[in-house]
Design a protein around this ligand. Structure first.
Ligand code: DGJ
Length: 385
């Protein structure tokens, strides 16, 4: 029974808070379709054209899947057709009852015709992720945002919200992350160090300075750079995290979001400084947190990396390439975007980018398996070429 917290002793208040949190998690699980896992098996896609219910290849890249009730939503970059002048039009939303038949629901967030808007047509909106926030009842979209005409220089995180999963999402803001706040795991003396700006890139001294936090210190006042990204809601606690490539793509940051999922709390850590990780995709399995990333080679594929930690804000260790089979050295020609979990099924979602026509980039959905030590790996399906 939920009682008035003002009348309870401290111990009971602790129990009340834990109990309420579990209730919120249970309600969120129900809303987000905890029951659908029994009936639906996740399909495997290996780079074939994937038509939607109108026969058009699914144009949702670098995105994620969200289950709401018994409907699956697929969000991703809605890319231009590759002709000169074609621009990214926004973030697409598709829906499906079974993860197989996908219906285009339009643009959940559309690039704006207003030339004063930060998301004006011609800007870049990459790697969008949508999550449901139980505290507000809203759907929250985060994305990597680059300003029109500025290449990849702005390196900002954008956020938009909606009362419904299909949107349209209302664009709220874009910025670098956690301005004026130091990472939790960076020694404070490093913030004050005078790093030489004559250090030559890629030399051992430069790598040592990167590991120390040279770029995090440089960006302290204006906020940390945020490019490739994901959002993770920890199924064990309900806490949301924003994970992004920062510090010139050299170092990953994991930043807590507040209970609205729309803002950062200011608590964040740096992991794998100088490791050059992009495309973070994270999931929980066996009481541990697993992250699959790529290296940084533009649109070209490279070898995936696997990382593991006992807690999201804890100490991460790197493990060997999780991919197995032909083309395992290039993530099967793709770059990860998300690990979707449904009951005890896990699927690694990746894009085989086609930079000449990004809208025709192909989708890889590959089941994640677990070895005798319960470590994840991704085999290429034996029955596919
Ligand atoms: C690799 C990133 O993972 C993609 O999202 C995109 O930003 C490309 N780089 C651009 O070259």
């Amino acid at each position: 029974m939920i009682r008035d917290a003002r009348l309870m002793p401290m111990k009971a208040i602790g129990r009340f808070i834990r109990y309420s949190r579990l209730l919120v998690l249970a309600a969120a699980a129900a809303l987000c379709g905890a029951g659908a896992d029994a009936e639906v098996s996740i399909p495997t896609f290996t780079g074939e054209t994937l038509p939607d219910t109108d026969g058009r290849h699914i144009n949702a890249h670098g995105g994620n899947i969200l289950l709401v009730g018994d409907t699956f939503y697929w969000y991703g970059e809605y890319r231009g057709d590759g002709t000169p002048g074609s621009y990214q039009q926004g973030v697409a939303c598709y829906s499906s009852p079974d993860l197989r038949d996908w219906t285009f629901r339009g643009l959940a967030l559309e690039a704006s015709a207003d030339t004063a808007s930060l998301i004006r047509r011609g800007c870049i909106m990459e790697r969008p992720k949508v999550v449901y926030c139980p505290a507000t009842g809203r759907y929250v979209m985060w994305f990597h945002h680059e300003l029109k005409g500025r290449g990849y220089g702005a390196a900002m995180a954008g956020v938009a919200v909606s009362d419904t999963p299909e949107g349209p999402f209302e664009y709220r803001a874009s910025s670098r992350v956690n301005a004026g706040i130091a990472p939790l795991n960076m020694p404070s003396e490093n913030l004050l160090k005078a790093y030489s700006d004559t250090l030559e890139w890629w030399t051992p001294d430069w790598y040592a300075a990167v590991a120390d936090g040279m770029f995090a210190a440089r960006d302290l006042a204006g906020g940390q750079m945020a490019r490739d990204m994901t959002v993770f809601v920890d199924p064990a606690t309900g806490q949301a995290y924003h994970i992004y490539s920062s510090e010139e793509n050299l170092t990953l940051h994991i930043a807590e979001l507040d209970s609205t999922f729309e803002r950062h709390t200011g608590r964040y850590i740096r992991i794998f400084p100088g490791g050059h990780n992009e495309a973070p995709a994270i999931f929980r399995h066996g009481g541990k947190y697993w992250m699959i990333t790529s290296g940084c080679t533009g649109w070209d594929p490279n070898e995936a990396r696997l990382m593991c930690a006992d807690s999201v804000m804890g100490r991460w260790t790197q493990l060997p390439n999780p991919c197995r089979g032909p083309m395992a050295g290039t993530t099967f020609g793709g770059q990860g975007t998300y690990v979707f979990t449904l009951g005890d099924q896990y699927v690694f979602m990746a894009d085989r980018w086609n930079p000449k026509m990004l809208s025709d980039s192909r989708h890889l959905w590959l089941p994640v398996r677990f070895d005798e030590n319960d470590t994840p790996f991704i085999p290429w399906p034996e029955d596919r070429n």
